[in-house]
Design a protein around this ligand. Structure first.
Ligand code: ZN
Ligand code: ZN
Length: 360
């Protein structure tokens, strides 16, 4: 595929044609199309070679055209080492944030004449800028995710536990063709919602409780991520005011997104809105305990980070979530999350589901 060759060319230019060992599977997928669960990629100025084992011989030859494929019996690392020796590599850059210590030690002992040089997030930085076909894939994943949400919300049974709602959502994704959930689905009602990464309980949803539903699918390798608020009855004015404040914070952050803007500025816009609202003497921004958003693509969490102190500037083609939340210990949590693509003139929200609280 032309895309993969172009990406390999971009990587070579980024490392000035120095030999590069790619160990992270999502990065290997990005550069070659290979989706197997074991593989090593060696990229030099003149060639790229994927080393994998005999479980993947058919699959690798089917999927990979941008690199040569070498199949070994069992562990593929000895083949990688043999190739590095054959090429008489004096230096080999590796992914410092992705390698496991066993592999690092193995390469060090097997390649005594080769200097191993750590580099950080080289392929990940390329991946931050999505192509048109990648944005289309994320859009498809989001559409499937939204359809699964609608399906389950419209037939939600008040007797279902949080865990059953989460299971229904994941089943609905799979039935629509998703490879799986992008992360364990969160369904957290009432005070349980005050934990941003709550695990669904074997417990029914109380009437009038606010429920955080955070779900994402993987389709064609690309992740979606969406959080919506639902309730099985009117949750009352105070809780609805919380939802309104988070909606306003999210809208302010999205409004700030355009090429050239620093990530911390977008994050700050959401916090500024929450600063203006108090609950029981506490400012809502003090209850916003995580960052405003993250990039996503082949992985659910990618760069850039939309967080305090992040001076990285947004660029056209980046795709990020915007997901402010407030968490009132012992009471409730509110989070609303959409996926936004940075365009030439500003941004486009890719999530189709309406953002407002859904009272069922
Ligand atoms: Zn999410
Ligand atoms: Zn997210």
């Amino acid at each position: 595929m032309q895309d993969h060759s172009n990406r390999l060319a971009a990587l070579r230019s980024r490392v000035r044609d120095q030999p590069f060992y790619v160990s992270a599977l999502p990065n290997i997928r990005y550069l070659t199309g290979f989706t197997g669960s074991a593989g090593h990629l060696l990229v030099t100025r003149d060639q790229a070679t994927l080393f994998t084992d005999s479980r993947y011989s058919t699959q690798a030859r089917e999927q990979v055209s941008s690199a040569a494929v070498r199949i070994s019996r069992g562990d593929a690392r000895p083949e990688l080492v043999a190739e590095a020796k054959k090429l008489r590599l004096k230096r080999l850059r590796f992914e410092a944030n992705r390698i496991d210590y066993g592999t690092y030690a193995y390469l060090g002992s097997q390649l005594p004449g080769c200097r191993l040089m750590p580099v950080d997030s080289v392929v990940e930085k390329l991946r931050q800028i999505k192509s048109g076909s990648e944005i289309a894939a994320i859009r498809n994943s989001l559409a499937l995710n939204s359809a699964s949400f609608e399906d389950v919300i419209n037939r939600l049974d008040a007797r279902w536990s949080e865990a059953e709602v989460a299971a229904e959502l994941e089943f609905a994704m799979r039935k629509r063709g998703a490879e799986g959930a992008a992360f364990p689905t969160i369904v957290a009602s009432g005070e349980h919602g005050a934990r941003p990464h709550a695990e669904p309980r074997d417990q029914r949803i109380e009437p009038q409780a606010l429920v955080v539903v955070d779900q994402g699918a993987i389709l064609g390798g690309y992740c979606s991520d969406m959080t919506r608020m639902i309730a099985l009855g009117d949750p009352g004015a105070a809780q609805k005011a919380l939802v309104r404040a988070v909606l306003e914070a999210q809208a302010a952050a999205i409004d700030a997104i355009r090429p050239g803007v620093e990530c911390r500025t977008v994050d700050g816009r959401a916090r500024d809105v929450l600063k203006k609202t108090h609950v029981g003497g506490v400012r809502l921004d003090e209850l916003f305990v995580h960052s405003t958003g993250h990039g996503l693509g082949l992985e659910i969490h990618e760069g850039p980070r939309i967080a305090p102190g992040q001076r990285q500037r947004l660029r056209q083609g980046m795709v990020v979530t915007i997901e402010p939340g407030v968490y009132l210990d012992g009471v409730a949590g509110v989070r609303i999350e959409d996926v936004v693509a940075v365009t030439a003139g500003g941004c486009e929200v890719l999530t189709g589901t309406p953002r407002e609280l859904r009272v069922l």
